[in-house]
Structure formats: structure tokens, C-alpha cells
Write a protein that binds this ligand. Structure first.
Ligand code: ADP
Length: 161
């Protein structure tokens, strides 16, 4: 049984992330989406919110699980029994960072393989930070995020919480 861990901040989960998790779920027996508690960037959604949004968005796929984590990714991989780390690669900007991370994780945990999925064409220019910016300015992001995330972004915009 091959278990793959898909780690990230998912602030919030977008159709680009969902596309990667869905494609990975067809290749591996189980996907664990690991949501990192304290990414080194400002988050809009709390850890609990990010986990709930991702759970609701992935509930149709029985072999995808969503969990929060706050330790180092390779340690979480060991805890959940993952042999593979899944990442997504957009054409511009992702490669260098993903390569660095993959080399570091290989050093920290030999045998844990990083598998990168090429982002689908329609999501190449989609990032969670752009979604947050567009949504906060009142732009229509409905084609880029699941319905529950669109509603959560609208609520943030109104209440600021
Ligand atoms: P990070 O916090 O490392 O930027 P994210 O939580 O934003 O990570 O995303 C997790 C993973 O999903 C990363 O590998 C990132 O490259 C990938 N990803 C983000 N957006 C997209 C997208 N639109 N299409 C494909 N992969 C994506």
C-alpha cells in the first residue's frame, strides 16, 4: 500500500490543490493532505478553518484524508507511514523552491520520494495568495475555488474575521 503525503499551507485550498490531490489519489492508495499550522507567511484562515475547508472540499474522495500538523514534514510522513511526498509544480516560480525542498527532505529522510505533478493548464496561474487578494477586492473567484471556500472568502470579506 503506497501512502502519499501532500503537505502545504492550504490557505485556503484551491481548485489547483484539489486537482493535484485528485490526480494523486488515482495513483496512490491513500493521500494524506497535511496542513501546516504555522507557515512562515501571514494566513487568512486559522488552522481549524483551513482543515475544515479542505475536508469539506475533498469529502467525495474516500482515499483522501486531511490532517493538521505542526512538526517537520518528514516526521509527519513517518507518522502516517507515507513513502511519497506529493507536490504541485506550476510553470513559473515553483521549480527552484520545490527542488530545494526535495533535496532537503531527501537528506532528512532517505527513501521518502518527492513526486511532483505538473499543474494543469487552467490552474498554472492560480495561487492561494492571489485568490485572497482578488476575493478581498470583490473579484469573482467562483471558478477557481470550491463553493465552500468561495463562501468562506465572502464571509471574511464582510466580517474581516
Ligand atoms: P506552499 O505553502 O509551500 O506554497 P501551498 O500550500 O500553497 O504550498 O501549496 C502546496 C503545494 O501545492 C505546493 O507544492 C504548491 O506548488 C502546489 N500548488 C499550489 N497551487 C497550485 C496550483 N494552482 N496548481 C498546482 N499545484 C499547486
Amino acid at each position: 500500500m503506497i501512502i502519499a503525503l501532500y503537505p502545504g499551507s492550504f490557505d485556503p485550498i484551491t481548485n489547483g490543490h484539489i486537482d493535484i490531490a485528485t490526480r494523486a489519489s488515482k495513483l496512490f492508495d491513500k493521500i494524506v493532505i497535511g496542513i501546516f499550522a504555522t507557515p512562515g507567511k501571514n494566513v487568512m484562515f486559522s488552522l481549524e478553518e483551513r482543515v475544515q475547508l479542505a475536508k469539506d472540499a475533498m469529502s467525495h474522495l474516500p482515499n483522501v484524508e486531511v490532517i493538521p500538523y505542526s512538526n517537520i514534514t518528514v516526521e509527519l510522513a513517518r507518522e502516517v507511514g507515507a513513502q511519497v511526498l506529493v507536490r504541485g509544480l506550476r510553470m513559473i516560480g515553483d521549480f527552484e523552491w520545490e527542488f530545494e525542498m526535495a533535496m532537503m527532505n531527501q537528506m532528512l529522510s532517505p527513501g521518502l520520494e518527492t513526486v511532483c505533478f505538473m499543474a494543469s493548464q487552467e490552474y498554472q496561474f492560480l495561487s492561494a495568495s492571489l485568490i485572497k487578494e482578488v476575493a478581498s477586492l470583490g473579484g469573482d473567484i467562483h471558478s477557481l475555488v470550491p463553493e465552500n471556500v468561495a463562501r468562506a472568502l465572502e464571509r471574511k470579506d464582510v466580517t474581516g474575521k
